[in-house]
Design a protein around this ligand. Structure first.
Ligand code: AMP
Ligand code: DBH
Length: 552
């Protein structure tokens, strides 16, 4: 166990002292913890609904009580301040109970996604030196308890396995526990200080194993509070966690924590498809949710087809996590009867929003602007020099809720942070005169075809205009002569109509695009592979090509 009053977890890179002091003076960091927020809301409005899922409805008083009871039980098991606990749960009410129990103990949830498997979980658990894991039994026909046991077998520090179970009669090994056994009578809990690390979040990581991101109560609560203000949340808000709730976007932008901060209601859907989520929107009176672009497309198409449940409670749909093409952005609001908000964020910190009263060209054509006046952003060339105003370059940032280093990972820090502590986002952006950012893509999302650089995003936007194309992704494939060639992955609008290379090339040419940007190959696939949060995975598409799995 660590000293509760010691905010410095080994491996955590704090802000420089003068900056930390300034963020406190500026009232960004208020000295409150997440447990303090919950206690305050429970005291102010004990009977208001805090959490809803298809099986549960808990008031603030109940959530506060349940999480204290579980914290007390987990302390009996030996868990305490500073312990790292892998949490891998689907979207269900107990997720909220579990993370608040851990916050109250000062133990650090490590936020894993349901899509993670041993290849990710073992390195994550090892890097975090986790002592416990909390997961579920079988969900969507996958046995998470068995996965957790296999992870534990490979990670010596991982002693305790706890399950959120709703399979009566499931046999458990002696050393695997049902969390129901640990809901004790709440005892005294000292709780951590606000400057302590609250949890470890994961970077999506476009390559390799996710990196661990340590966030403090102070800095994260600031981002949650600012997000809730920008998204105009209040006690009437019903936020639907549609994306996997452990991800930074549905957690904090403004996400479930924003909804609780505002004294509103968190609703959770076990899966994000319109078939499951739309009836829940009607049933719970959902007012706001956040989606990744592939889901926004699915929801929009479903709503455009008509005959949906009543979605009229929904006021705001956020789209973020990957670039939302303008073609899609224009359709979301009218189809769903909502205000669209674009969100460009990262688990490392910086989050940009379009504002709810922004003009339509900003909402559909940009990824918004930083949420805090204390965020600093700069756009630099590959040598670190600032580019001319409005020019495209690498986005770097620092501020009151952007980390100064990864958790215990000096190699990653050397790549991702400048000597002055700026975080290199890896995103290629331009800043418009009105301050809004346009994300052109990731630094690696360019195809270098014989020295001619082609923007994947630019070419994708052209392909999306073709009536037979539902979605498109451009990636580079290795070529012995040119270095790279341009491969267009195309998802057809109608599976029976499969656009050919000739069709695609002549369409793009007719749009006045330079000859050297023409795709060299078109691969038609019915579905794109997705990351754990549902973003289209360029990495996997590149891998498919490299493996030759698609023929050509
Ligand atoms: P993660 O590592 O999972 O936290 O992902 C953060 C990254 O997702 C950012 O650095 C961007 O590359 C990407 N991203 C998030 N939101 C957007 C957006 N609205 N538009 C474009 N890219 C985005
Ligand atoms: O993609 C992300 O990581 C992301 C997107 C929107 C994020 O972390 C966020 C908002 O907070």
């Amino acid at each position: 166990m660590l000293d509760l009053t010691d905010p410095v977890l080994p491996g955590f890179t704090p802000w420089p002292t003068e900056l930390a002091q300034r963020y406190r003076e500026q009232n960004c960091w208020t000295g409150e913890t997440f447990a303090d927020v919950l206690a305050a809301r429970a005291a102010a409005a004990p009977d208001r609904i805090a959490v809803l899922d298809p099986a549960n409805s808990w008031t603030y008083a109940e959530l506060d009580h349940r999480s204290s009871a579980l914290a007390t039980g987990l302390a009996r098991l030996g868990l305490g301040a500073g312990d790292r606990v892998l949490v891998q749960l689907p979207n269900r009410a107990e997720f909220v109970e579990v993370i608040f129990a851990l916050f109250k103990l000062g133990a650090l949830p490590v936020f894993c996604l349901p899509a993670h498997r041993g290849a990710e979980l073992v390195p994550i658990a090892t890097a975090a030196a986790a002592t416990a894991m909390i997961t579920c039994g079988t969900h969507q026909r996958f046995d998470y308890a068995a996965l957790a046991e296999s992870v534990r077998a490979e990670v010596p520090s991982l002693r305790h396995l706890l399950l959120v179970l709703d399979e009566p009669g499931r046999e458990l090994s002696d050393d695997v526990h049902d969390i129901a056994e640990f809901r004790d009578t709440p005892g005294e809990l000292a709780g951590p200080s606000a400057s302590a690390v609250a949890f470890l979040q994961l970077s999506g990581g476009s390559t390799g194993i996710p990196k661990l991101i340590a966030r403090t109560h102070d800095d994260y609560l600031y981002s949650v509070r600012r997000s809730a203000e920008i998204c105009e949340l209040d006690s009437d808000t019903v936020y639907l966690a549609t994306l996997p709730v452990a991800h930074n976007f549905p957690m904090s932008s403004p996400g479930i924590l924003g909804a609780l901060w505002a004294g509103g209601t968190v609703a959770l859907t076990p899966d994000p498809t319109p078939a499951t989520a739309f009836p829940l929107i009607e049933r719970f009176g959902v007012t706001i949710t956040g989606l990744v672009p592939p889901l926004a497309r699915l929801w929009t198409e479903r709503a455009e087809a008509g005959d949906t449940p009543d979605l009229s409670s929904l006021r705001v749909v956020q789209v973020g996590g990957a670039r939302c093409q303008e073609e899609l952005a224009r359709r979301v609001g009218p189809a769903l009867g909502v205000t669209l908000q674009q969100v460009f964020g990262m688990a490392e910190g910086l989050v940009c929003y379009t504002r709810l009263d922004d003009p339509i060209d900003v909402v559909v054509g940009t990824q918004g602007r930083p949420m805090s006046e204390h965020d600093r952003i700069a756009v630099v060339d590959d040598h670190g020099a600032e580019v001319a105003p409005g020019a495209t370059g690498n986005l770097i940032t620092q501020g009151p809720y952007t980390i100064r280093g990864y958790y215990d990972n000096p190699e990653a820090d050397a790549r991702s942070f400048t000597a002055e502590g700026w975080y290199r986002t890896g995103d290629i952006v331009s800043v418009r005169p009105d301050g809004n950012l346009v994300v052109a893509g990731r630094a690696g999302d360019w195809v270098n075809r014989g020295g001619e650089k082609v923007s994947a995003e630019e070419l994708e936007a052209h392909l999306l205009e073709h009536p037979d194309v539902r979605d498109a992704v451009i990636v580079g494939t290795p070529d012995p002569v040119l270095g790279q060639r341009i491969c267009a992955f195309v998802q057809p609008a109608d599976p029976a109509v499969r656009p050919s290379l000739i069709t695609v090339r002549s369409f793009v040419r007719a749009r006045g695009v330079a000859a050297w940007k023409m795709p060299d190959t078109v691969v038609v696939v019915d579905e794109f592979p997705a990351t754990g949060v549902g973003k289209t995975s360029r990495k996997e598409l590149r891998q498919l090509l490299a493996d030759g799995a698609l023929g050509q």
